[in-house]
Design a protein around this ligand. Structure first.
Ligand code: SAH
Ligand code: SF4
Length: 418
């Protein structure tokens, strides 16, 4: 979602062009993540690195956007007085006015949750040609309040964009060369801007000529309704890949996390999805070392991973976040959390490897996104979101072609054109 927000923020700053190097910049806007402590702390060291740039170019403006800005706005300016602008994730439609303000030498801070919806106030997206894949935010915020998570506090309450707004933006993207759209939301399957929910939105999008692939992320197990499960079986444009976080395989820990589902109910949802779409590739999120997690709880997580079988997954050590209920609980021993994370990642790594190896010999379709490192090589994604490298593909960026997988590497596959 930060990638999407960064695109939209850059579009609001008329009169600027993007540069890859901070040395060339007249404005540096850091978009930040507050989900774990490590990500949040990184921005202070990053900001420190800009000090010499600001000394060399007194006109350089530095801003902080995103969820760290939302959560720690005042602290950012206190710890790093070189910051000119702080803008929360729901206020970035106000960037043009804020930019005018900082050009006059004042500081601009905005991290209130605004009354208005930023999407209603952002200028129309430009018409310039762009790459074949794009993100499109359809839902933001969260009302679920998992005990460990800052999202409900930094992104605010659940809010869905209207179906008409989503259709408009999708059409704009397709006109500009996009063939694959990933619908985004912190709880994307709680989307209610369409009378038939996310499934209804997906079916409407699937009717757009020139849009070939639809994905969505991130979903919550409790919001996987019948229509969405069914769409995985019947909507050809909906890709057979699903990221469905579970966090833990222990019901005791799930309860302490306030997840409002059990390991069993999660597995049942997966079973129904796989009945609808047998080749669905599953991804997930896991947290180890949540306060009070026993050996037995952790074994339950490993057992759930073995039962489900993931094609890939993300796993994290629990990070205590200020203001969340879990942060009040006693700390978990860091060494034990690291050891568990290693064991979990070893198992998930084996499953990822096995899933990739099983692709060898299969025919997939690849949407080509960029040239590879070797001459004549192109790289794209299969329907299962595997990166596929193809030599002498004869394909151009944006082509969707059948490919036979011939080799499975560490994090990608190699294929031959068919
Ligand atoms: N809405 C999604 C997840 C959004 S946050 C869901 O409910 O599943 C993305 C992931 O970051 C979470 O799934 C979780 O695994 C991880 N995460 C969130 N807060 C965390 C914390 N305090 N410590 C460690 N990992 C965390
Ligand atoms: Fe965070 Fe997801 Fe839980 Fe919401 S549902 S509080 S975003 S982990």
């Amino acid at each position: 979602m930060n990638v999407y927000d960064s695109e939209r923020m850059a579009e609001t700053l008329v009169g600027y062009e993007q540069t890859d190097s901070p040395d060339d910049a007249d404005m540096i806007l850091l978009n930040t993540c507050h989900i774990r402590e490590k990500a949040a702390e990184k921005i202070y060291s990053e900001l420190g690195r800009y000090r010499p740039l600001k000394d060399a170019n007194p006109d350089l403006k530095i801003g902080v956007a995103g969820c760290v800005a939302q959560a720690e706005g005042e602290e950012i300016v206190r710890r790093q007085p070189l910051v000119d602008l702080v803008v929360g994730p729901q206020s970035y439609h106000r960037l043009p006015e804020m930019e005018t303000k900082i050009q006059s030498g004042a500081r601009a801070l905005d991290f209130e949750f605004p009354e208005e919806d930023k999407f209603e106030h952002l200028a129309k997206r430009p018409k310039a040609k762009r790459g074949p894949t794009a993100f499109l935010t359809v839902q933001e915020g969260c009302d679920k309040f998992c005990a460990f998570c800052v999202v409900p506090y930094t992104r605010g309450a659940e809010l869905s964009r209207s179906a008409a707004q989503v259709m408009d933006e999708a059409r704009n993207l397709v006109e500009r060369g996009v063939r694959e759209i990933t619908l985004l939301g912190q709880n994307v399957n709680a989307y209610n801007g369409h009378p038939s929910g996310l499934a209804g939105m997906i079916w409407d999008l699937a009717a757009i000529d020139g849009l070939d692939r639809i994905r969505f992320t991130t979903s919550h197990p409790n919001d996987m309704d019948d229509a969405l499960i069914e769409a995985h079986g019947s909507c050809e444009k909906l890709m057979p890949y699903l990221h469905l976080p579970v966090q833990s395989g222990s019901d005791r820990i799930l309860k302490a996390m306030n997840r409002k589902h059990t390991a069993e109910s999660y597995v049942r949802v997966i079973e129904r999805l796989r009945t609808a779409r047998p080749d669905l590739l599953l991804s997930g999120d896991f947290i180890v070392g949540f306060p009070g997690e026993t050996d037995e709880d952790f074994e339950d997580t490993l057992a759930l991973v073995r039962e489900v079988g993931y094609g890939q997954a993300y796993s994290f050590k629990y990070s205590a976040r200020p203001g969340t209920p879990a942060a009040e609980k006693p700390n978990f021993p860091a060494d034990l959390a690291s050891e568990r994370l290693q064991r979990l990642q070893a198992l998930l790594g084996e499953q990822q490897r096995a899933t990739q190896d099983a692709m060898v010999g299969r025919e997939v379709s690849v949407l080509f996104e960029k040239p590879g490192r070797q001459d004549g090589q192109m790289v794209g994604k299969s329907e299962y979101l595997h990166a596929v490298h193809v030599a002498d593909s004869g394909a151009e960026i944006g082509d969707l072609r059948p490919v036979r997988i011939v080799e499975s590497g560490t994090n990608s596959l190699r294929g031959k054109p068919i």
